[in-house]
Design a protein around this ligand. Sequence first.
Ligand code: CMP
Length: 223
Amino acid sequence: IRNIPLFQDLSEEELRGISDLFRERKYSKHSIVFFEGDPGEELFIIKSGTVKIYKIDNTKQITLALFRSGDFFGEMSLMQKDGVRSAHAETLEPSVFYTLRRTTFNEFMVRTPSLCMRLLEMTMDRLRGANEQIHALTFLDVRTRILKAVFQLSQEYGESETDKVLISIKLTHQEIANMVGTVRESVTKVLQELQDDRVISIRNKQITIENMDALKRKMTYIK
Ligand code: CMP
């Protein structure tokens, strides 16, 4: 629980106080945790697993965020009176969550200013991320969006070994396409280009950045 960034500024006593209120919940892979429009009754903190936050338009999906162990989600509707879920949440792996009920979390927030500040700080980070996504979807071409997504994944989920970076999360081409608002075929084409140019390698559906400088160069120059 010490490793949950949202709770990093809490004292031992506050941490014990809140963790006593956690309930544990397990979900299998590809379970819907909640639908957009559901009443928001709980905050979720990820003990293990991966969660995709997304919106749907007919058959198309746009992924707004991917969350992993230590991350939280479901706070937005809890902050609003009669708030409903602003997006869908689905597990991409078997996942275990700690949940906190709306009233429990809100009462704890009122008593704990350092938690309020920390939640605000993390929310601002997410708002920045959303601005980046608006910028990319509005101004960047598909190829550059895919290159940036690969770079972004390496920053968020990268494990470096010497000068290579292994992206530790397994994503299908379709999942990457959903993150950047394109179709699977475009992702396959760009990832093939990157493999042909030895910028990345792919093993067991996991991407390794072999040449980070080359990836950055491709991101900033028109082909
Ligand atoms: P809530 O609206 O309760 O349910 C959906 C959750 O997805 C939301 O709370 C946030 O936790 C998360 N979420 C929604 N939009 C974004 C976004 N743009 N970036 C990161 N997380 C988001």
